[in-house]
Design a protein around this ligand. Structure first.
Ligand code: DAH
Length: 358
């Protein structure tokens, strides 16, 4: 009887079967099979009784070595199986970061004034206009003077605003009045001065202020201003640009007409009308007079004109070398005309029943 050889054979068998075990249950079975009380090592040791006394220590030594080895092989195998299980779990439950978030609250959206502003600006951006901005607290010079509206000019009456105590906000004396801008037109002055020289093509959205309050006027509202100055810019460029804008904003079939008007900072000045977006220009809607265009078929949407030579001089441009056109429109008004909204104040009441319609 060669117990040592039996033990070596047993060890070899244990190595192979432990290496190929693939789960905890298989390992447990192997532990019982090799190390258990009725296991293979015990069975070999039971044969020791028949051995000569001097052979026993050597067999005992080999048996201990084999038991230690099998024990540590089992520990390593358990670790291997646990690692594999974890690895698989991680692979299976990979986090998909592209899944939409869970909605705990209903998701909001941009305010119709913001949306409309972005729509208008995007159209001019496609026409090659850069976007500019300027301060809402403005100097009299930019808001009025530089735009050819001197202190005693009657045009100031239509743009009464709120004045700021210049000294209180650290403006040096002699810079003139400090006020909340009444229109976005001061941004065209700032943009031209910043550019330093023509050509320039800029669109400028922003908040403006006037001391007005009724169904079609709020003390704060929004405008988008535009200006294009360069060599040989003509009135035809103005018409073409604004007609293209009207088609992009109100729809492909929109017609445009230009009426003479007066703004101190342009010459000639023009009011631009578009065919009514609600009745399609017919003036009537399901047999009745269209309420949006009051039956005329036309909507007045913006002011425009060829930049006045004095304005060009005020910013250091040479009116003999360059010409340009400018325009300005009210954002709330554009949204009202596009969506058929009757009362401007709805934009600022933040009533969800109104806001959620956009
Ligand atoms: N700033 C004018 C207003 O608020 C609108 C306007 C008219 C702007 C004609 C312009 C323009 O640039 O050329 O009433």
């Amino acid at each position: 009887m060669d117990l040592v050889r039996d033990l070596e054979a047993l060890a070899e068998g244990a190595r192979l079967s432990i290496a190929s075990a693939s789960d905890d249950r298989a390992l447990e079975e192997l532990r019982v099979r090799f190390l258990g009380k009725k296991g293979e090592i015990s069975a070999v040791l039971r044969g020791m009784g028949q051995l000569a006394a001097e052979e026993r220590p050597r067999v005992g030594e080999v048996a201990n070595r084999v038991r230690d080895e099998v024990e540590s092989l089992l520990v390593l195998a358990r670790q291997r199986i646990e690692d594999a299980r974890l690895e698989q779990e991680l692979r299976g439950s990979r986090i998909d970061v592209t899944l939409p978030g869970r909605r705990l609250l209903p998701r909001g959206h941009r305010h119709p004034v913001t949306r409309t502003t972005e729509e208008i600006v995007a159209i001019f951006a496609r026409l090659g206009y850069e976007v500019a901005s300027g301060p809402e607290i403005e100097l009299d010079w930019y808001n009025f003077e530089a735009l050819n509206i001197p202190a005693d000019h009657p045009a100031r009456d239509m743009q009464d605003t709120f004045y700021v105590d210049g000294a209180a906000i650290g403006r040096p004396e002699g810079e003139g009045a400090v006020l909340l801008r009444t229109h976005t037109s001061p941004i065209q002055i700032r943009a031209m001065k910043r550019a330093g020289s023509p050509p320039i093509r800029v669109v400028a959205p922003g908040r403006v202020y006037r001391s007005d309050y009724d169904q079609t006027h709020t003390p704060m509202f929004h405008q988008v201003e535009g200006i294009c100055v360069g060599p040989a810019i003509t009135f035809a460029d103005l018409k073409g640009t604004l007609a293209a804008f009207a088609r992009a904003f109100f729809g492909a079939g929109t017609r445009t007409r230009v009426r003479p008007s007066y703004f101190p900072f342009v010459e000639p000045g023009a009011e631009v009308d578009v065919s009514c977006s609600i009745c399609g220009g017919s003036g009537s809607r399901s047999g009745a007079r269209c309420g949006t265009c009051k039956g005329s078929g036309w909507l007045e949407v913006l002011g425009s004109g060829m930049v006045h030579p004095k304005v060009l001089e005020n910013v250091g441009f040479d009116p003999a070398a360059v010409t340009g056109f400018a325009f300005g429109m009210g954002v709330e008004r554009m949204a009202m005309l596009k969506y058929g909204i009757a009362d401007l104040r709805l934009f600022y009441e933040n009533d969800l029943r109104f806001l959620e319609q956009f």
